[in-house]
Design a protein around this ligand. Sequence first.
Ligand SMILES: [Zn+2]
Length: 160
Amino acid sequence: MNNPKFLVDEMLGTLARWLRVMGYDAKYVRNMVNGDILKLAHEDSRILLTRDKELAKRSGTGIILLKGNNIIDQLGDLIYRLDLIFDKERTRCTICNYALILADKNKVEEHVPARVLENHQEFLICPRCERIYWKGTHWLDICNHIGEAMQRAKRYHDPR
Ligand SMILES: [Zn+2]
């Protein structure tokens, strides 16, 4: 599948955020009964990601049961199974899942700390919540973790 969309159950909130950073549309559901979750995934053509074995049993295809206990294992497993890539041009808002757009530096200057303005040229903004993003240390941390998960996935492909 070229550009999968995901529905992520409430046990996997961090995974949803990291998938958004990687550029994938990942909708996160909370407080929803299993029947409604399955219905939403189906209607919206989303792959359901869950840690709930009961839920996974109820649906044949279009659902992935993630067994890893930590985020690196879970993401590594998913990258391996679906050949996911990290497209830094397609990063989405980690809060609301909207694709980020480039923002003019002079339009964001009132909203970001002076030191950040000095050190960064590129800013992105979420068209929905207007949160401003830049590629600072937090971003680099996430990139490193995603890189680690990519390495993990490669090892599944090529076990030694
Ligand atoms: Zn947003």
